[in-house]
Design a protein around this ligand. Structure first.
Ligand code: NOJ
Length: 752
């Protein structure tokens, strides 16, 4: 299978989906009503029209309102009152079969038109069973794994009454200072597309009307990840070409995978915040892409149009957002407060309001909410933290780890050792390992690294010492940590960031290890015992000292509920790391933005020896490049073959290589294909990922891996901003990271 096939071969996608659905039906707990709504889309449209005719304006505006419950998942008294009046379209945060059913009963039984409430929640990387953060999941380069984790998340969330998740977050992020880089798939649109589509398929299945599925939401539309300076919510200044080539594709992939909803972003883009941006909302999303599903604003984003300075007051903000095509308002209540007046003053038409309500009602019918409005407590109990879910969480976490360094085979550690020191502020921290946006995940469910190592080595002495906090200045714990190291045969040091140092409103100006953690590692290093550093973090870190001096570094992101077991599996060789970086690791924050698919300048560094280097004080190359990651075994990639020397612009070509496990243990290699176009009507990146495949090989085993390149991979936006495949020479590189590989080339020839 080629990397491209992850989302372009519809037939194969169907069968993969079918097999996964079947597998899940076997391993997951059966849902109480396992049938999609028994209605054709024409019947749904008819029902929606007849409901719409009976609705008052107040009831209509109520359907466009999403309000918050309490953070802990409870309903607020007002929610009941509004549900009774038929004025509560949707909620966020309210969760749990019992709580949602209580409120739902009021909406369904006591409101005039019996329209159910749609319960939404940020199910980002798991509901109760927490999987690795999305950046980590992307590091697995395993879209099937992402489909599996989101399918389980949907199973658990729907069992708890949630039928709408605000995920996948598909924002490309080229700036690791931005805390929300943790929620996406990293810096690359091609990997981002594969992950976006997989996550949508996992959440929604073949039909989000199935009661164990949730409707997904592609967010944040758009360019939120381009926040200037990496400061959250900040202005994004991005050209149309970069939007179309870098920021749009994962959204388009989500749409092609059938995503049901979109969320308009907070940020200003070319003078227009996401909820009033006529270019992104009307021209592209509704116009070019024909998206007719629900667009929900981000939290309070309609109200924030006032602070952005594009709306004079709440009424003006409501009019602009409604007219721009934002159907549902999250948190602020400006549609409801101003809708009647806006209609009277003809600032918003009845048709605009009706269309928005129609989309919301259609979604509720499609979800089967009218037929199955309630979650079931017994089913919820049997579903959350189900053993099959925990097993998947452990396996998928191990697949997300990236081995950054492993000098002289420091890892894996022998299970025969008598004593081991487990040191560091994150070694026994059940909360931070869950990551910044962990749904209903609870620290009492999570396995820390210390617990994972104890379970792995029941006969060994495990000497634990925290050493220091993640932040702060105290080194008081260093002595105890050094003693623990001295008394042990091997030392693990778990350091990184707290989970609240990434995620929303969590940007950092430094990419260094915070607090005194580096000094803790240096103190352990000085003792001279063999040791490995385990990193837990939500963004690339500039870990130069470690990269030079520490013998082994394992990047584990925030690995979730089963994180400690998965890390122990990996440290002791029961799992072999096969992840690759989905984002560049800079040497210094001063290099940011730094990404692998940059353009050449007129004086490319590293090409012409006379060219000035971009920095006087540090190398211009990254610390670790995109696509990089080691394994406990070794691989050889050889024999690159192309199926043709030239093709027509509408043609396609196959590139294939042989990959062989040349070491002595089973392992995974991610074979990556990059292209570079030498001459084009507009400047092109020095390389672009256009195919990948994660292959598992036994020692000595080899396999031929094929990639198909067609117009979709070879085209780009030309000088006239048309997507086209221009004639010219294409260089191909196939290897194990963006920094190495076998090279070849072919020509695209204009037909006569
Ligand atoms: C704001 C965030 O930007 C968005 O991603 C999230 O879905 C909403 N809050 C709801 O929690």
């Amino acid at each position: 299978m080629t990397g491209e096939n992850h989302f372009s071969k519809n037939k194969r996608g169907f069968w993969t989906q079918w097999i996964l659905t079947l597998a899940c039906t076997v391993t997951c707990v059966a849902s109480p009503h396992a049938a999609p709504p028994n209605m054709s889309s024409a019947e749904i449209d008819q029902k929606v029209s007849s409901t719409l005719k009976r609705m008052t304006l107040e009831e209509k505006l109520g359907q466009l309102q999403q309000l918050c419950g309490a953070w802990d998942g409870d309903c607020l008294p007002e929610d009941f009152a509004l549900a009774r009046q038929g004025r509560l379209g949707s909620t966020i945060f309210i969760r749990g079969a019992k709580r949602t059913a209580e409120l739902q009963r009021v909406a369904v039984n006591e409101s005039r038109l019996h329209i159910p409430v749609l319960f939404a929640f940020d199910v980002i990387h798991g509901y109760r069973t927490i999987f690795p953060v999305p950046l980590g999941e992307a590091a697995s380069w395993d879209p099937r794994g992402a489909e599996r984790s989101t399918s389980i998340a949907a199973d658990e969330a729907s069992a708890a009454g949630i039928r709408w998740t605000f995920a996948p977050m598909v924002d490309i992020a080229r700036d690791p200072r931005w805390g929300r880089i943790v929620e996406g798939a990293g810096e690359d649109p091609f990997l981002g597309m594969a992950m976006a589509a997989a996550r949508v398929r996992g959440f929604q299945g073949t039909n989000y009307g199935l009661p164990d599925k949730v409707v997904a939401c592609a967010k944040h539309w758009v360019a939120y990840g381009a926040a200037e300076g990496g400061r959250d919510y900040n202005t994004a200044e991005v050209s149309e070409r970069t939007l179309r080539e870098i920021y749009f594709p994962p959204f388009k992939a989500a749409l092609d995978a059938g995503v049901g909803t979109f969320m308009s972003a907070f940020n200003d883009l070319d003078g227009l915040p996401g909820s009033v941006n006529s270019f992104t909302l009307s021209k592209v999303l509704r116009g070019e892409w024909h998206f007719d599903g629900v667009v929900v604003s981000d939290y309070n984003a309609v109200n924030e149009l006032i602070a952005h300075g594009v709306a004079a007051d709440g009424k003006d903000a409501a009019a602009q957002a409604l007219n721009a095509g934002v159907d549902m308002e999250m948190f602020s209540r400006l549609y409801n407060e101003n809708g009647a007046e806006l209609l009277k003053e003809k600032k918003v038409s009845r048709k605009t309001i009706d269309e928005a309500v129609r989309r919301v009602l259609r979604l509720k019918y499609q979800l089967g909410l009218f037929e199955h409005p309630y979650a079931d407590e017994a089913h919820e109990k049997a579903t959350l933290l189900n053993p099959a879910h925990l097993k998947a969480a452990r396996e998928l976490a191990a697949r997300s780890f990236v081995l950054l360094k492993n000098e002289r085979g420091t890892l894996p550690i022998s299970k025969d050792l008598k004593s081991i020191a487990v040191i560091g502020p994150l070694a026994d921290d059940p909360q931070n390992i869950l990551g910044p946006w962990c749904g209903d995940g609870r620290k009492e469910d999570s396995v820390t690294l210390l617990a994972g190592i104890r379970a792995k080595l029941p006969g060994a002495t495990v000497n634990y010492a925290k050493g220091c906090d993640v932040t702060g200045n105290s080194t008081e714990g260093f002595n105890e940590a050094e003693d623990a190291a001295r008394q042990s045969d091997f030392v693990i040091v778990a350091v990184g960031e707290t989970s609240s140092m990434s995620g929303e409103a969590a940007s950092r100006s430094s990419l260094d290890l915070p607090g005194r953690q580096l000094e803790l590692i240096q103190a352990i290093h000085a003792i001279g015992k063999p040791y490995a550093v385990v990193l837990m973090n939500g963004r690339p870190l500039s870990i130069n000292w470690l990269a030079t001096n520490s013998p082994a570094i394992l990047e584990t992101w925030f690995a979730g509920t089963q994180g400690g077991n998965a890390i122990a599996d990996t440290l002791f060789g029961d799992a072999n790391p096969g992840g690759k970086l989905p984002v560049t690791f800079p040497r210094s924050v001063g290099q940011v933005p730094i990404y692998y698919n940059h353009k050449n300048t007129g004086r490319p560094p590293g090409v012409d020896p006379k060219s000035p280097l971009p920095y006087l004080d540090i190398p211009w190359t990254p610390l670790y490049p995109f696509g990089y990651g080691l394994s406990y075994t070794s691989f050889a990639i050889s024999n690159l073959q192309l199926s043709a020397a030239h093709i027509r612009p509408d043609g396609s070509i196959t590139a294939s290589v042989e990959v062989k496990n040349t070491g002595d243990r089973a392992g995974d290699e991610v074979v990556q294909l990059y292209i570079h176009r030498l001459v084009a009507s507009v400047t092109r990146p020095v390389q672009e990922l256009k195919g990948f495949q994660r292959v598992s090989l036994q020692p000595g085993e080899s396999r031929r891996v094929e990639f198909l390149l067609g117009p979709r991979e070879l085209g780009f936006y030309d000088r006239a901003m048309r997507f086209a495949v221009e004639p010219g020479k294409i260089q191909i590189k196939v290897g194990a990271s963006s920094e190495d590989g076998l090279e070849s080339s072919f020509e695209i020839i204009k037909p006569r």
